[in-house]
Design a protein around this ligand. Structure first.
Ligand SMILES: C[S@@+](CC[C@H](N)C(=O)[O-])C[C@H]1O[C@@H](n2cnc3c(N)ncnc32)[C@H](O)[C@@H]1O
Length: 524
């Protein structure tokens, strides 16, 4: 997507407020059309929000908040705490969050307190993918997980839970609702305003295309749109809602000048969601954006970033002000978060305050945080082969056994294989087991099951290697290299007949295999 008007283009619409732009329709079509493929081939970036370190940190904060809500209650109560994830995308964050929650509840002895996590999105195809996903099923069976179709821009105040067949409406929840929204508010409709010498103007967008018969549901449609902006002076009471106008007036009065994004649709959605639990709400959100008013105003009108879908920075400062004006609070980091802003916002805080949520946020995000770890990893990953075994293992452990990071470290571990002590071999095998437990399959091309299995075989862990080669067959099909390696494991386990059967199968599709001795690599 580029900005600036050009004569040869066909205009799709002229001078529309940003939140009413055709851009959002194109965005909607994009997510509806590509479904889970958006994450499978990493067109839509998601690693920074879908890793065990962030999921664990967020689970700590949510548990802190739930403990604050429960403080002083003699019994656990039978109504579950509801945790609603908006725009849950691939489902990987939810899976890692639920695993972290289970681990922390066990450590705390808090398994008796009922919690229901609700994954939501506005695309039905995402919901179908999650509901069929074997890694999510056990959470559904345990009554911990439900699903709902939720459109942030069209929230009507009800929530239909598909598994428990429950319809929630205003006042349905006795306990405060927790909402998680990662990389969501940057992709839902926003408005844009320009402020100059105390005068408020709205930014209007003209959208044009080089392709006259543009199909909004076509692939890469967003990259073919051209944007031009203009401004029109508007009355400070721009919105029907006085609280939104109050926020706008604050910017007009305080800011010297520049353009400001304004998340009116997201704030309206939060208003509706808070009504489910009679006005109380705990929002935990991660995105790229600004919490600080000083960094809000831009000299130019908003620029759109296209990455399959498109995104704009989130004005978290407006969220903070909106919560504050309603008597709420917020919790944020004591330093600049460079890869991802993570902040919590509360309406209707528990009577005894929120010491547990504040402590959990402080421990999880103000010290060794997921944001800091993410940056460090970016610098380190080109040098894994220079690290010693214990340094590599510490890196994997600090990632909270991230399957992707362990996969990236495997070549460096393999280099050291012949020099490892017995203890080191056991530690590496354990790390592989833990990282595999954190693996959530969405069909990416890299076969981590195969890579982990090959390493386990080298470590002499033939039974564990066999199990993962079998996983690889399930997830990536009957590849002769996998069958061959599986046969190696079966031989090592003293099962020659089974091994022979696997070899015959491997040889059927790849006769040259019979000349090979030892484990086969899988490079493509
Ligand atoms: C950039 S992805 C982020 C996915 C996931 N939370 C993550 O961190 O990887 C944005 C997600 O929000 C969903 N989404 C976009 N617009 C939405 C809307 N208006 N209402 C609800 N979900 C929306 C998309 O379908 C997609 O799953």
């Amino acid at each position: 997507m580029t900005t600036g008007a050009e004569d040869s283009l066909t205009t799709l619409e002229t001078n529309k407020p940003l939140s009413e732009s055709v851009l959002w329709r194109a965005q909607r079509s994009y997510f509806e059309r590509v479904g889970i493929d958006a994450w499978r081939d990493a067109t839509v970036p998601h690693y920074v929000t879908c890793n065990p370190a962030l999921a664990h940190a967020m689970a700590q904060v949510v548990l802190g908040f739930l403990r604050d809500c429960n403080a002083g209650e003699a019994r656990a109560g039978s109504e579950p705490f509801h945790v609603l994830e908006l725009g849950a995308g691939s489902g990987r964050f939810a899976f890692l969050f639920l695993r972290a929650l289970a681990e922390l509840r066990e450590v705390m002895g808090w398994s008796h307190v009922p919690i229901r996590y609700v994954m939501s999105d506005f695309t039905e195809s995402n919901l179908r993918f999650w509901r069929a996903h074997p890694a999510l099923r056990p959470f559904v069976t345990a009554g911990l997980l439900d699903f709902a179709l939720v459109d942030v821009e069209r929230m009507d105040g009800t929530l239909e839970l598909l598994e428990s067949k429950t319809m929630l409406g205003a006042g349905s929840l006795e306990r405060p609702l927790t909402v998680i929204a990662n990389y969501v508010f940057d992709g839902v409709a926003q408005d844009a305003f320009f402020i100059e010498k105390g005068q408020l103007s709205e930014c209007l967008f003209t959208v044009a295309t080089e392709t006259p018969e543009l199909d909004l549901s076509a692939a890469n449609v967003l990259t073919r749109l051209r944007l031009a902006s203009s401004r029109r002076a508007v009355h400070p009471d721009y919105y029907p809602e006085p609280e939104l106008n109050g926020l706008l007036r604050g910017y007009t009065d305080r800011l010297d000048g520049g353009s400001v994004l304004f998340p009116a649709p997201a704030l309206r959605c939060l208003e509706k969601l808070s009504a489910l639990s009679s006005g109380s709400l705990f929002l935990l959100s991660a995105d790229k954006g600004h919490l600080d008013e000083a960094s809000l105003a831009l000299e130019v009108d908003p620029q759109v970033t296209v990455h399959g879908s498109f995104s704009l920075p989130v004005n978290y400062h407006a969220f903070q002000q909106w919560f504050l004006r309603k008597g709420g609070e917020h919790i944020c980091a004591d330093h600049r978060q460079s890869s991802l802003v993570v902040a919590a916002f509360i309406l209707g805080a528990p009577a005894r305050g929120m010491p547990e949520a504040r402590l959990a946020y402080h421990l999880a995000f103000n010290g060794p945080s997921p944001d800091g770890f993410f940056r460090l990893r970016q610098g380190l990953e080109a040098h894994y082969e220079m690290l010693e075994f214990e340094q590599l293992l510490a890196h994997v452990r600090l990632s909270r056994y991230d399957a992707r990071i362990l996969g990236d470290c495997l070549p460096a571990f393999s280099q050291k294989m012949t020099t490892l002590s017995a203890q080191e071999r056991v530690a590496l095998a354990q790390a592989i087991g833990r990282a595999w437990a954190n693996y959530f399959h969405i069909g990416e091309s890299r076969d981590l099951a195969f890579a982990f299995a090959a390493c386990l075989y080298q470590l002499g862990e033939s039974a564990s290697a066999l199990a993962l080669f079998e996983e690889s067959l399930v997830l990536y099909g009957e590849d002769p290299r996998t069958l061959w390696n599986l046969a190696m494991c079966l031989f090592a386990l003293g099962r020659p007949e089974d091994a022979a059967r696997a070899l015959v199968k491997a040889g059927e599709s790849f006769p040259l295999l019979h000349a090979h001795i030892g484990l086969l690599p899988k490079t493509g």
